[in-house]
Design a protein. Structure first.
Length: 230
């Protein structure tokens, strides 16, 4: 004979899990026999127990936090894993996830306080990486940092650390790598093509034309005596 017990958090009539299915009357049934202890009965009972759970318990099982602040914190931590991001990038991501503004502001401010969000450090690293890796000039770097939502004052400080002489030297290196591929074209066409390449990377027109002209003239001087007989 069994005693029916209604457990907290369980709907009336729901079947609890196998460990609470029945109280033994003193004798245990043989394996595979009896109402509550067989293998198949255990699986059916566990399945019914899961199905009877409330929506909140289902979310908890999936690891989805119910608190919007906790949701915002988890989203930011995932986005920051391995990739620095600006405050605006994270704010945009939280907005897309429909996180309330108050919860988003609380988490973003906290992350700034502990240094997980640092737009100034982000801008410095961006300038260093994109200038040396892609050869971008200050104008292009400013444009990219604006799209990341970095404050204009922070941008000015970051790109201001880029030395003008280093910027021109980088432009010369870019032209030197592309110069050979333009051989066979007339001088004006080479000039436009190479200067256009520098302009797309953010170099000013005056610097671009000067660097390209000097590179072409140096190439002509280096090759003038190659056709002369020994």
């Amino acid at each position: 004979m069994t005693r029916r017990t209604e457990w907290p958090g369980t709907d009336a009539g729901a079947v609890p899990g196998p460990e609470y299915a029945a109280e033994p009357s003193g004798e245990f049934p043989e394996p595979g026999r009896g109402a509550g202890f067989g293998e198949g009965a255990g699986r059916r009972s566990r399945s019914r127990s899961r199905d009877s759970g409330s929506p909140s318990s289902s979310r908890a099982e999936k690891g989805e936090p119910r608190d919007p602040v906790e949701q915002a914190r988890n989203i930011c931590l995932r986005l920051l894993t391995g990739t620095p991001r600006t405050r605006k990038q994270l704010a945009d991501a939280l907005r897309k996830k429909e996180i309330p503004d108050e919860a988003a502001e609380e988490v973003l401010s906290r992350f700034e306080d502990v240094g997980l969000i640092d737009d100034a450090a982000f801008a410095d690293a961006w300038v260093e990486s994109r200038h040396h890796g892609r050869g971008l000039a200050r104008r292009a770097l400013v444009r990219e940092l604006r799209t990341k939502g970095v404050d204009p004052t922070v941008i000015d400080e970051a790109v201001g650390q880029l030395d003008p002489e280093q910027e021109e030297e980088t432009a010369r290196e870019l032209v030197a790598r592309k110069l050979r591929s333009t051989r066979g074209l007339d001088r004006d066409k080479r000039l436009r093509r190479l200067a256009g390449m520098l302009a797309r990377k953010g170099y000013g027109e005056g610097m671009a034309l000067r660097v390209v002209r000097q590179a072409i003239e140096a190439e002509v001087e280096d090759t003038e005596g190659l056709d002369e007989p020994f």
